[in-house]
Structure formats: structure tokens, C-alpha cells
Design a protein around this ligand. Sequence first.
Ligand code: NAP
Ligand code: MG
Length: 405
Amino acid sequence: MSDKIQMKTPLVEMDGDEMTRILWKMIKDKLICPFVDLNSEYYDLGLVNREKTKDQVTIDSAEATKKYGVAVKCATITPNAERVKEYNLTQMWKSPNGTIRAILDGTVFRTPILVKGITPYISNWKKPITIARHAYGDVYKNSEMVVAEGSKAELVVTDKDGNESRQLIHEFIGSDGIIQGLHNIDKSIGSFARACFNFALDKKQDLWFATKDTISKKYDHRFKDIFNQIFENEYKDKFENAGITYFYTLIDDAVARVVRSEGGYIWACKNYDGDVMSDMVATAFGSLAMMTSVLVSPDGIYEYEAAHGTVQRHYYKYLKGESTSTNSVATIFAWSGALRKRGELDGNLELAVFADKLEKATIDTIESGIMTGDLYLLSSLENKQKVDSESFLDAVNERLSALMV
Ligand code: NAP
Ligand code: MG
């Protein structure tokens, strides 16, 4: 077929592990390659190849993403002791997502995919809520101690000339206790802020940010100030032109407003808030298998993926030759997200429109009643029908083909 959609610039393709690796190939074979003359630079991030290349392939794929600006990634195994045995690894290789995030200095945005028949637990949520989690510092890089009764704990900072400043934390009189030292850095907070402002402009959605600056007058206040300063200096006019707003409030007020809202905005969270709230939002919207994820760097580089893992349990069934009903929607949306962004950056309208059609065909399939087992359990549609992994993709292909004529 010579009338396939052409791509000017390559897309970085990061293959992965287990069941999602099986789905990856099926998605390409059934939904991408019949319609698009796929121009991708392929990196195999499967654990076998990470071992073979001493994890160099992960670094190379992140560098390629910097070069081309857009990547799509399959879920990958983060090795633990069990995996070291299973794959005969010479090292417990680091999480690829962590490595890529560090190289791109990126922020992860997670957005639920809404379909008719699967209603959020919070019934007034009509539009997706995207959570952006700051992925540096705070309690995740802390230093903590158990302190004995009678001790005095102080904060001590030694500057580069050797001058000390001290501040009392607590005198432990009458009881043992605990202390914790947290830090963050302006550079990381600034990158986080820019990634959030850029993403809001990209999505044309309002951005919310919240901390507890009334209590934490230096630490949390710093986050508020950095966001505010960057917004005033670099984004105020762009937001006005786009017709969107930046809204700052206290974290407890934000939680209350989120629950009452109808959705349709981006919620930027400090590291711990994002950890907790992303699980709350994902669960309330229905299913982790319906959650997309994109890593955005402060200078506008995008890496798309599904939020879920490699679905190991289904893979072992697959290896035994049993039928699986694994949800491929989040991985399909990773592809559509990456193709749309590639299309936007290259001025390739045809490619961007294809991405829209791919998403529409996927949602239409589920809303017509055809779905995988995980959604079948949640859906309120009367005509719902559970299909296996491959049949679902065939059904999407049928609808997509009809949209492409
Ligand atoms: P998981 O792969 O997300 O799967 C956990 C369970 O959630 C599955 O067993 C399945 O439940 C359900 N599930 C998740 N995605 C599904 C889908 N697409 N369709 C249907 N059901 C789905 O998490 P995990 O088992 O904790 O982790 C497996 C591997 O993935 C680990 O090696 C981990 O390191 C890796 N991981 C990678 C990423 C990433 O690359 N971004 C993220 C998280 C985890 P049932 O078994 O009940 O059907
Ligand atoms: Mg969490």
C-alpha cells in the first residue's frame, strides 16, 4: 500500500517486557503499520537486551529521545531479587523509567481514559484529571533518626566558607522521639514548574498547584514562590492567550475542590502529595489499565507510555498457551499520543488526525460493548462482551479501517 501516511522525522520506539511486549507487536501489526509508514528508531529495552548491553540501551534510547523529541515506551521490568534469578542478571539494573526521567529531567503526567459504561466513583467527574507529580526530593530523599530522651536535635548548615548556621528542631525532654531531614533544590522545582506550565499550554487546560505554605513558611513557600515567579515572568501572557488559568491554593483546599469539580484540568503535586493523590485519582476513575502517562521535559521533549506494568500474571498464562484478556488501551494511547505529538511537531496533519482516529476507534469499540476482562468487570453496559487480547485489537482495527476510508 503506497498511500500509507508518511512520517518526516523518526519516533523513538522503546520496546519492553512480558505481556506488554506481546501487545506491543500486535498493536503495531494491527493498528499502526497497516496505516502508517512507521518511521521509528527502535530500542529494545526488554530485560534480556538491557542485560546484554549492560543497560547502555536505556541510556541510548533516552539520548535519542532528546535528539528527536518524541518517544513511545512499552512497560518494562524493574528488576528485583527474583528477576535477577529469573533472567540470570549480572546486576540488578535500575528502573529504566528512573534512568530516562533523570536524563530528560522530566515530569510525569498521568491522565485517565474515560469511556461510557465505566463511571468514576465520584459521579460529578465528567472529564479527566491529570496528575503531575514532582519526582525529586522531599521525603523520598530524606535522612531520619530515632532520638533518645534527653537529646537535643538541631538543623546545622555549613556554607562553602565553613560558616555554620544552627536552628533548634526539638529538645527531647521526657520522651524518645524521631526526626527527619528533607531537602529540595530550586533547579528541580523550576524544571517541574516549567514542565507543568508547558503541558497546560499543550493541553489547553487550567493548571492547579497546591502546597501547605501557611504552615511550612520556608519549605513549601519556596515551591509557591518559584511557581509564581516563573508564571509571572514566562507564562502569564501565553496562558492569557490560550484562555487558561494558573490557580494556586492550599493542599487541603485543593483536595476538597478536586472532589467537587467536574475534572478537566491538570493538578501539579509535590512528590508525596502526587504519590498519594495519583493512586486516589486512578482508582476513583476506574482502572490502572485505562491510565496513560507522559514524561515531559522542561524543554518540551515527550515520552509516552502506559501507566501500568508488564502484566506478568497474564504473560505466564500466555506462555502456557492459555487465552489472555489483557487491556491494551493505555498502550494504544501511548502510541496515539506519540504519533500526534510527532505530527504536531512536524506539521504533519495527516499523522495527527490518524492519532485522533485511532483513539476514537478504541473508545468506540469499548462503548459498543467489546472489551477485555478487566473492563468487563467494571462496565455497566448491558450488551457487554468479554474478548481476548487479540480479538479486542481486531475489533479496533475494524473500526479504524472504516474511519480511514
Ligand atoms: P502490573 O503489570 O501493572 O499488573 C498488576 C495487575 O494489575 C495485573 O496482574 C492485572 O490484574 C492488573 N493489570 C495491570 N495492567 C493491566 C492490563 N493492561 N490489562 C489487564 N489487567 C491489568 O503490575 P505488577 O504486576 O506489579 O508489575 C509487573 C512488572 O511490571 C514488574 O516487573 C514491574 O517492575 C513492572 N512495572 C513497570 C512499569 C513501567 O514500565 N512503567 C510500571 C509498573 C510496573 P489481574 O492479574 O488481577 O488480572
Ligand atoms: Mg503511590
